[in-house]
Ligand binder design. Structure first.
Ligand code: FDP
Length: 345
C-alpha cells in the first residue's frame, strides 16, 4: 500500500490490503467490492433526484405512469439485494428494517454481518443537500456455523467492527472507510466518466482540536445545563484555546461528520427532553454512531456518548439510540468531561 497514490482504484486498494493479511480468504474483499457496486447504483439514483420536479416527486406517479420509489427505500433494497447473493453474509441490519434481515435461503451464507443506514440525512433528500450511506461490518461469533443467527450475535460492541465507513452523495460521491488496526482511513472519489472510485484522500488524520462545532441549536431549550454550557463554551472559547468556533450544521450526520473529519471539529447530538420516548437523543448506535466512531478513532479522533467511548457501549437493541459527541479528540474529551460532570465550565 505504500506506493499507492492518486489513481489507485478502490479494488486495487482492497486487494492490496488483502495481500498484507496472511489469513485473508478474499471473503472480505468480495463483500466490500459488492458494497461499492451498490453505492454506485444509489449514487446514480441520488443524482437524478434533482429532476423530481420534472419526473415526479418521490412517492408519486411519474410521467411514465410508474410509482417513483422513495430514495431511502430504494437504497435499502439495492443494498439488500446486492449484498445477499454474494455468500459472505449471515445476516444484515438496516435503519429501515425493525428486525434483522435474513439471507434468502437460495443463497449461501457466510461469516459476516452488515449493519447499515442506507440513506442517512433523509430530510435533505428532496433539497439536493448531501446525504450518505453508513456501514459497519462484524464477524459472527465463533461456533456452529449452521446455527441460526440470533440478535444477540449481532449486538456486539462497536470495537469489534471489522470495517466501517460511509459513502457521501454530494458535490461528488466519495467513499471513506477503514479496516481498523492501524490500517488508516482512506477516501476514494467516484469518477463518473470511468465509473471507478479512485484514491483521493490517503490516510486521513483529523486535527486534534477543531474550530467547528456542529449541533442542532434549535434543541437548546430541551438540553440540560451541562449541555448548554458546553455549546456556549465552543461559541465563546478564547483564541488561545482555538476559539471561537464556527457553527456548521447541514443536518446530514454523514456530511457534517466528513467535513469535521477533514477540517477538525466536533459534531454533537446530545440527549434532550424533546421526545420523552427518545431520552438518549436521536442517533442510532449500531448503524450510525459505531461506524463513524471507528472511522474517527482510526483517524486520530474520538467518539463518546458523554460518559465513555461509543465503541465500548454494550448494545441492548438493534435500534438503540445514543447521545453522540464525535470528532477532534481534544474537543470530544472536553465534551465528555463536561457532560459526565468531571469538569465544570
Ligand atoms: P435525518 O433525520 O434527516 O435522517 O440520522 C438521522 C439524522 O438525519 C442525521 O443524519 C442528522 O444528523 C440528524 O438526524 C438531524 O436531526 P435534526 O433534524 O434533529 O437536527
Amino acid at each position: 500500500m505504500k506506493d499507492e497514490g492518486v489513481g489507485t482504484t478502490i479494488t486495487q486498494h482492497i486487494l492490496s490490503q488483502q495481500r498484507e493479511n496472511p489469513h485473508a480468504t478474499g471473503a472480505f474483499t468480495t463483500l466490500l467490492n459488492e458494497l461499492v457496486v451498490a453505492a454506485k447504483v444509489i449514487s446514480r439514483e441520488v443524482n437524478k433526484a434533482g429532476l423530481v420536479d420534472i419526473l415526479g416527486a418521490t412517492g408519486t406517479i411519474n410521467v411514465q405512469d410508474e410509482q417513483v420509489q422513495k430514495l431511502d427505500l430504494f437504497a435499502n433494497q439495492v443494498i439488500i439485494q446486492r449484498m445477499q447473493h454474494i455468500g459472505e453474509l449471515c445476516c444484515m441490519g438496516s435503519e429501515e428494517d425493525p428486525d434483522l434481515i435474513e439471507i434468502s435461503s437460495q443463497y449461501p451464507r457466510g461469516d459476516y454481518i452488515l449493519l447499515f443506514d442506507p440513506l442517512d440525512g433523509s430530510s435533505n433528500i428532496d433539497v439536493n443537500v448531501s446525504i450518505g450511506t453508513i456501514f459497519g461490518i462484524y464477524k459472527r461469533p465463533p461456533g456452529d456455523k449452521n446455527r441460526e443467527i440470533l440478535l444477540n450475535d449481532v449486538l456486539q460492541l462497536g470495537i469489534k467492527q471489522m470495517a466501517a465507513g460511509y459513502f457521501i452523495y454530494g458535490s461528488s460521491t466519495i467513499m471513506v472507510y477503514t479496516t481498523g488496526a492501524g490500517t488508516g482511513v482512506h477516501g476514494f472519489t467516484l469518477f463518473p466518466s470511468v465509473g471507478e472510485f479512485l484514491l483521493s484522500h490517503k490516510d486521513i488524520k483529523t486535527p486534534e482540536r477543531g474550530k467547528i462545532y456542529s449541533v442542532n441549536e434549535g434543541n437548546y431549550q430541551y438540553w440540560d445545563t451541562k449541555t448548554r454550557a458546553l455549546i456556549d463554551h465552543f461559541k465563546t472559547r478564547d483564541a488561545k484555546a482555538g476559539g471561537p468556533c464556527s457553527s456548521r450544521y447541514v443536518g446530514s450526520l454523514v456530511a457534517d461528520f466528513h467535513r469535521n473529519l477533514l477540517k477538525g471539529g466536533i459534531f454533537m447530538y446530545p440527549a434532550d427532553k424533546k421526545d420523552p420516548k427518545k431520552p438518549s437523543g436521536k442517533l442510532r448506535l449500531m448503524v450510525e454512531a459505531n461506524p463513524l466512531a471507528m472511522v474517527a478513532r482510526e483517524a486520530g479522533g474520538y467518539a463518546s456518548n458523554g460518559h465513555g467511548p461509543i465503541l465500548d457501549i454494550d448494545p441492548g437493541a438493534l435500534h438503540q439510540r445514543t447521545p453522540l459527541y464525535i470528532g477532534s479528540k481534544k474537543d470530544v474529551e472536553l465534551a465528555e468531561a463536561v457532560i459526565s460532570g468531571k469538569k465544570k465550565l
